[in-house]
Design a protein around this ligand. Structure first.
Ligand SMILES: Cc1cc2nc3c(=O)[nH]c(=O)nc-3n(C[C@H](O)[C@H](O)[C@H](O)COP(=O)(O)OP(=O)(O)OC[C@H]3O[C@@H](n4cnc5c(N)ncnc54)[C@H](O)[C@@H]3O)c2cc1C
Ligand code: SF4
Length: 501
């Protein structure tokens, strides 16, 4: 029986982050482990609600009150089982998820702070590694059916694990030189050390999943070849088409880059230092990737922008400005706009924001200013208002509000326009919709025998959605192949996050 008064006895507490001066001098994760006593205390705050709204916030349907209570009572082995029953990779979501489950926690309805669900999750996930090093769970018998998974992000990997455990022969094709999708070279080590991916890959390999890196499907191997070799294909190629701003004067100047070009190059240098993989010392256009000593301007307000901020400080930037088109969000939920249990529009302070830099809200770049040699020296910004008219965004500069911010390096982190246009699409007979995503029928097929999941289907989203879609697509593939029984399918292709309207 859970403790109904736990939340009255204990306040919400998270482990202290590593001190800023220490953590920006390395690339290690920002959070140290919480310690068993703090986690037991925090799990005790869970009321085990009759209707646990945290479930509705989580697309995976994680059994949150169950594992909270198992942690409270010290039953860690059962907590590990319960967590893995719905989530293939809780060590990724526990570290990286923005936690829509916490926004939906019933404690938030009564003005209390939500349960630290995500922290409990990561501690259980790490306990699993400490206990049995992620014991492989290979299928008891092979089905003789074969599946190709294209793309090795969380969607592809979750599907691969589900299908391999069901007895299918799974091969994951990845065009990059290492497995992991955005988790590998997109997300910096201070958010996710790559040892966590490598430990999971060892488990997947032991379960029979085959990995082929450096293979771009559609170029190095054709769709026709893949269809001939496999009984079904899952496309999980992500939504990596970065949004640009070609109409802004000065966009072509040296020093103005897509954020992902900078992040991937920086993360590769860290990877090379760690395990000897070759470093890319420059961006593809030959520009040094280093922000050291530079005035950096990051345009955008999301995860990618915050990651660029953390990278710039670790590289030794002279100063960083982060520009956002929208006004500064409130620090408390505006219940009229986003009633509980929906995801609220709030000022989100990532750990990177504690490390320095200045955030500037409600501004838009009017020009990237040339230093006379073709190199950017400043961005000229104006204060703006933003309105939605007939679904279109109208940005209006305020007259007389223009000013310059010094800039040697400008990073565009203004979102993604869906999955990339690439030869694979036409070869498989699938197309991008107006949002740049690939539509799926109710059974996750985009074309006969060709399934789609993750950001490629949903548009740029979250790891938790990628895992949920990967699991659901695996269930559909298993049924398509005539597999025995059913695999869990936490979402259908039409499922959307909780919303008030
Ligand atoms: C900088 C950044 C930070 C983020 N931080 C967070 C965070 O903190 N929390 C969170 O929840 N989400 C975060 N996200 C979002 C999250 O990373 C994505 O939603 C998630 O990775 C999507 O998973 P996926 O498997 O669909 O695709 P991806 O992870 O994008 O993987 C797709 C893979 O497909 C491969 N591929 C593409 N085409 C081919 C081809 N033709 N042949 C072979 N391989 C191919 C690509 O190389 C890539 O490896 C972040 C995103 C970015 C960009
Ligand atoms: S909504 Fe909050 S208090 Fe209720 S079961 Fe979920 S985590 Fe526990």
């Amino acid at each position: 029986m859970p403790d109904p008064n736990g939340f009255l006895r204990y306040d919400r507490r998270l482990p202290a982050r590593r001190p800023v001066p220490v953590r920006i001098s390395d690339w290690r994760e920002v959070y140290p482990p919480a310690g068993a006593e703090l986690i037991r205390e925090q799990a005790t705050r869970c009321m085990d609600c009759g209707i646990p709204f945290c479930h509705d916030g989580c697309p995976l349907g994680n059994r949150i009150p169950d594992w909270n209570d198992l942690v409270r009572t010290g039953n860690w082995d059962a907590a590990v089982e319960s967590l893995h029953a719905t989530n293939n990779f809780p060590e990724f979501t526990g570290r990286l998820c923005p936690a829509p489950c916490e926004a939906a926690c019933v404690l938030g309805l009564g003005g209390q702070q939500p349960v630290t669900i995500k922290q409990v999750e990561v501690e259980i996930a790490d306990a699993a590694v400490a206990r049995d090093g992620l014991r492989p769970r290979p299928a008891s018998a092979p089905t003789g059916r074969s599946v190709a998974v294209v793309g090795s992000g969380p969607a592809g990997l979750a599907a691969a694990q589900q299908l391999a455990r069901a007895g299918h022969t799974v091969t994951v094709y990845e065009r990059d030189d290492a497995i992991g999708g955005l988790l590998r070279y997109g997300i910096p080590d201070f958010k996710l050390e790559k040892q966590h991916i490598d430990k999971r890959l060892a488990q997947l390999t032991a379960e029979g999943v085959r990995f082929r890196t450096g293979v771009e499907v559609g170029v190095d191997v054709t769709a026709e070849q893949l269809r001939a070799e496999h009984d079904a294909v899952l496309l999980a190629c992500g939504a990596l088409q970065g949004r640009d701003t070609p109409e802004t004067p000065g966009r072509a100047l040296r020093g103005v880059h897509q954020a992902m070009a900078h992040l991937v190059a920086a993360n590769r240098v860290v990877a090379a230092a760690g395990d000897g993989r070759p470093a890319l010392a420059t961006l593809p256009d030959g520009t040094p990737i280093d922000a050291a000593g530079k005035h950096v301007v990051i345009i955008g307000g999301g995860d990618t922008a915050a990651d660029c901020l953390g990278v710039a400080h670790r590289q030794g930037a002279a100063g960083v400005h982060q520009l956002d088109l929208y006004p500064q969000p409130p620090t408390e939920r505006d219940a009229a706009r986003d009633p509980w249990p929906t995801w609220p529009w709030l000022l989100r302070n990532y750990p990177a924001h504690e490390e320095g830099g200045e955030r500037v809200f409600a501004v838009a770049v009017q020009e990237f200013v040339d230093d006379g040699t073709g190199q950017v020296r400043a961005v000229r910004i104006a204060e703006v208002t933003v309105e939605k008219v007939d679904g279109r965004r109208i940005v209006t500069p305020l007259p007389g509000s223009e000013r310059e911010i010094p800039a040697d390096l400008v990073l565009l982190a203004i979102g993604f326009e869906g999955t990339e246009e690439q030869p694979l699409l036409a070869q498989f007979g699938v197309t991008r919709n107006p949002r740049g995503a690939v539509d799926a029928r109710g059974d996750w097929q985009a074309a006969d025998g060709v399934f789609v999941a993750g950001d490629m289907h949903r548009g740029a989203s979250l790891i938790v959605w990628a895992i949920a879609e990967g699991r659901a697509a695996a269930a559909a593939i298993h049924a398509y192949l005539g597999g025995v029984g059913e695999l869990p399918a936490p979402v259908d292709p039409a499922r959307q996050p909780l919303a008030a309207r």
